[in-house]
Design a protein. Structure first.
Length: 81
């Protein structure tokens, strides 16, 4: 998806974690970043896609193709139940 090319690799990671329901603090711990840095990545993602609230960001992340794979579950298309 072309919109994906607008994101830096770190923004893509942050977006993935947002889509999984993680808080900024949890994302910061997982990526070994400060909460401030995660907040900046969130702000940049919002600016790039014209999102104006946390709810819009979360909805975008949940519906974003990168975040659709279930954490700990089988990969899509493997035929596993």
């Amino acid at each position: 998806m072309q919109e994906n090319s607008f994101l830096t690799p770190k923004e893509k990671e942050v977006l993935k974690y947002i889509g999984q329901g993680k808080t900024s603090k949890q994302i910061a711990v997982a990526l070994n970043l400060s909460v401030f840095t995660v907040s900046n990545h969130r702000r940049h993602i919002c600016k790039k896609f014209g999102l104006h609230s946390t709810a819009q960001l979360v909805a975008f992340a949940v519906n974003h193709p990168q975040t659709r794979a279930k954490v700990g579950g089988p990969a899509e298309g493997t035929g596993a139940p």
